[in-house]
Design a protein around this ligand. Structure first.
Ligand code: SAM
Ligand code: SF4
Length: 349
């Protein structure tokens, strides 16, 4: 049976047994319910952020080894049937992928109507914002590590800072949900942390301060790091914070800032304090499927699909990987050591 999305024209085959069965949701051995997929639509990027990849970029996948939009739609449908309720479109830079707007509309149009989100560096946002909103995108995470143009050029090795600043206010003007991702880099932008908190004064925005993780493609551990408590230590002398319960059960520790419209979050991605409640799955642009950011790929769904796997076969592989999910990111890192610490752009951020 083929299912057609009339908005996009994208189709995928749904096996009759899948169509008719009540499928139990994905649960790992710790009982964590995995209902959030991060789907990387490209390994290409128009920036070269130092903490994400080397100056020359990474070795890109050959074009024929990148998932087609139809394959992504099919996999999105399979994950949705397995109980995934949120799909984050990421990359690389997702807005470099031709057809990404149709893909968002297609995923949004699945019978279970999963929420579709996007993480972007914002350089191409202005040109795409109207279409993205029309396709059903309601919330965007924008990456912005510095408010200083010179520092931006230093961190991203490219220009365009003013474009991203503008994109931030355009997203808000459209009434869309906005989170700003700030990777906190020792010796680089820690002195700007209070300035980022100031952005929440009159804007309904969540600023998420992220511990840097060792995914810069060099394969080396981080030279210097900063943890969640350090980050709070930079904020508390300037602002009164009150811990909030995170409505999404998400990985960031959320805080209200007294007198401010927006809030802040701390993501302890390197300390890995949130593993016990992590609900995330990851699929990179080549179809590598991971159950942990720090783990090795558990399967290549592109190869399986192109080898003739049915939806039922793919579901079995996904479920098997989930059932082998390790207890936390430390265990996953230990297990994946032979594969090396990769670049975030390749894993799919
Ligand atoms: N290009 C898009 C962007 O930058 O928003 C999406 C992909 S990017 C890999 C997704 C997120 O991962 C960004 O917020 C980025 O700052 C974050 N990221 C990349 N490398 C990281 C690292 N080594 N440690 C922590 N966060 C990282
Ligand atoms: Fe590109 Fe995003 Fe990585 Fe920066 S963080 S290099 S924008 S993928």
């Amino acid at each position: 049976m083929f299912r057609l999305n009339p908005k996009t024209g994208l189709t995928h085959e749904v096996s009759p047994e899948v169509e008719s069965t009540q499928i139990p949701p994905l649960r790992d051995p710790q009982g964590r319910h995995l209902d959030y997929l991060r789907l990387s639509v490209t390994d290409r990027c128009n920036l070269r952020c130092r903490y994400c990849m080397p100056a020359d970029g990474i070795k890109l996948a050959a074009r024929e080894n990148v998932l087609t939009l139809e394959e992504m739609q099919r996999l999105g449908a399979i994950f949705a049937q397995l109980g995934v309720r949120k799909i984050r479109i990421t990359g690389g830079e997702p807005l470099l992928r031709k057809g990404v707007v149709s893909l968002i509309a297609g995923l949004q149009g699945l019978p279970s109507s999963p929420e579709i989100l996007m993480t972007t560096n914002g350089l191409l946002l202005e040109a795409n914002l109207h279409d993205l909103q029309a396709a059903g995108l309601r919330r965007i995470n924008l990456s912005l590590d510095t408010l200083k143009p010179e520092k931006w050029r230093d961190i991203t090795r490219r220009g365009g800072h003013d474009t991203v600043l503008k994109a931030m206010d355009l997203v808000l003007a459209k009434g869309m949900g906005l989170k700003i991702n700030v990777v906190v880099l020792p010796g680089e932008n820690v002195n700007e942390i209070p300035d980022f908190v100031a952005l929440t004064k009159d804007r309904d925005v969540s600023i998420r301060f992220i511990e840097p993780m060792p995914f810069d493609g060099t394969g080396k551990p981080l030279a210097a790091t900063v943890n969640g408590d350090d980050i709070l230590g930079f904020i508390r002398p300037h602002y009164e914070l009150k811990a909030l319960t995170n409505p999404d059960g998400a990985v960031d520790k959320l805080y209200a800032v007294k007198g401010h419209r927006g809030n802040i979050g701390i993501i302890e991605g390197h300390s890995r304090t949130f593993c016990s409640s992590c609900r995330r799955l990851r699929l990179n642009a080549s179809g590598e499927f991971r159950t942990c950011l720090y783990g090795r790929p558990q399967a290549n769904l592109r190869l399986l699909m192109r080898g003739g796997a049915t939806d039922t076969d793919l579901m079995a592989v996904i479920r098997d990987a989930v059932e082998k999910r390790l207890v936390d990111g430390f265990a996953a890192e230990k297990d994946s050591k032979l594969f090396g610490l990769k670049s975030m752009v390749d894993i799919g951020g």
